[in-house]
Design a protein around this ligand. Structure first.
Ligand code: RM4
Ligand code: MN
Ligand code: MN
Length: 412
């Protein structure tokens, strides 16, 4: 029987969930709007972003429809190929977004064949550190809070490299970079078990990132890219541990089937993303405050239209967090105390299966965005106009003889 008291308790809970979702933001990757492919080739899209202005325009469009993506992560070499111009801060603002995490690139230049900050050659290590320090400067000038580091360093064959020596070189470099960061900046250290180095990578799992971060300094944290784990890995346990150690810096969200597939969040295993959010929601419930981390997307929409795929992703992330916020924590605690395994599991499952459409609608009404952002976007003329405009500009660029701007060729 539904009592009035039950109903009002439920609506108070919903109001809390709505308020939390109003404080939830997801960061978009600039590289998610440009042409991308696999190492076997890239299929181009007319509507793909050509330059940074297009990327900001696309991100601004996603923000307009979803209301929760005010920032855009940038990749130093891809977004500022001719150096950083402070005017881009205004450019972003003109499109209704701000610059988010700054991602240096110490993996593409020929000199990094044998690594960057782990390279045997001190000159290359110093060059990589110089680029990282420049990126700190860019982040400072862009008003960004995050320096987001990913290294392709590693070895391809047993015997090739001294594992411990490389660890020490990386540590020394990170310390230097950390020392140059202004107070309000956080260093995010990402990891990935393989690729492009296929015997080992120098930043291979959360433990390695944790150890590097601890050595680098107090404002260095671990960045969990959900696609960067070996099959079967319990990612939510890693997340729970990092939260408990105050060492979780943020996420690169994506989904995967086999390896670092960079598929759309929720396309393969939405329950896993839910379980990750459940750890966050549990901590927030316990502490009574928001966990201060970066929620970022890192996906490659190789064949999907990019803005649309991004809106799909953002809505999926928001929905999965909403569901995790709906877990009945009191009932869960009681089930655990009674060693009621099935009861506890059912409480999680119930939240995962719950219909949160009403909650999301309420959030979107307050954010002044369409109740179904994806459907609204699909009806809007944005994609068609972008395709027309960008195809024409590409023809012009080709006539002027400038090479087609490259994005990420490897699937990221
Ligand atoms: C990696 C990782 C990083 C991204 C690079 C290019 O797999 O996900 O975040 O910057 O790709
Ligand atoms: Mn990533
Ligand atoms: Mn990746």
């Amino acid at each position: 029987m539904t009592t009035a008291r039950g109903r009002s308790a439920r609506s108070a809970r919903s109001e809390q969930v709505i308020r939390r979702l109003m404080r939830f933001a997801v960061e978009l990757p600039s590289w998610g709007f440009a042409d991308s492919g696999t190492r076997f080739g890239t299929f181009r899209q007319d509507a793909a972003a050509i330059d940074l202005a297009d990327k900001f325009a696309d991100a601004g469009c996603v923000h307009k429809f979803t209301g929760i993506t005010p920032t855009v992560a940038v990749h130093v070499l891809w977004d500022f190929p001719n150096g950083f111009d402070p005017a881009v801060v205004k450019l972003a603002r003109a499109h209704g977004v701000r610059i988010g995490a700054v991602n240096p690139n110490v993996f593409q230049d020929q000199c990094y064949k044998y690594g960057s900050i782990c390279n045997r050659d001190g000159r290359i290590r110093r060059r990589a550190v110089r680029h990282l320090l420049e990126s700190v400067g860019i982040a400072r000038a862009a008003g960004s809070r995050y320096l987001s580091l990913w290294f392709a360093d590693g070895a391809n064959y047993p015997g090739q490299a001294d594992i411990r020596q490389r660890k020490r070189w990386a540590t020394a470099a990170l310390k230097k970079v950390h020392a140059a960061m202004p107070r309000g900046m956080t260093m995010l250290i990402e990891y990935k078990p393989f690729e492009p180095a296929c015997y080992f990578t120098d930043f291979f799992d959360w433990g390695s990132s944790y150890i590097y971060a601890k050595a680098a300094g107090p404002r260095a944290k671990v960045l969990v890219d959900t696609g960067h784990h070996l099959p079967g890995c319990n990612i939510e346990q890693i997340v729970a541990w990092l939260i408990d150690e105050n060492m979780l810096g943020g996420f690169h969200f994506n989904d995967r089937k086999y390896a670092d597939d960079d598929l759309t969040v929720g396309s393969i295993d939405p329950y896993q993303t839910f379980r990750i959010f459940n750890e966050i929601a549990a901590w927030e419930h316990e502490k009574g405050r928001d966990l201060n981390i970066a929620y970022m997307i890192d996906q490659c929409h190789n064949i999907k239209p990019k803005v649309e795929a991004t809106i799909q992703t953002v809505c999926e992330i928001q929905e999965l967090f909403a569901k995790a916020l709906c877990v009945d924590r009191r009932a869960l605690a009681a089930a655990r105390a009674a060693e009621d395994t099935i009861g506890a599991e059912q409480i999680l499952r119930a939240a995962f299966k719950a219909d949160v459409t009403g909650i999301l609608r309420a959030v979107r009404r307050r954010l002044n965005v369409p109740p179904d952002p994806l459907a609204a976007y699909r009806k809007s003329p944005y994609a068609e106009a972008a395709a027309r405009d960008r195809a024409a500009r590409r023809r012009q660029l080709a006539r002027a003889g400038s090479p087609r701007p490259g994005g990420l060729g490897t699937g990221g």
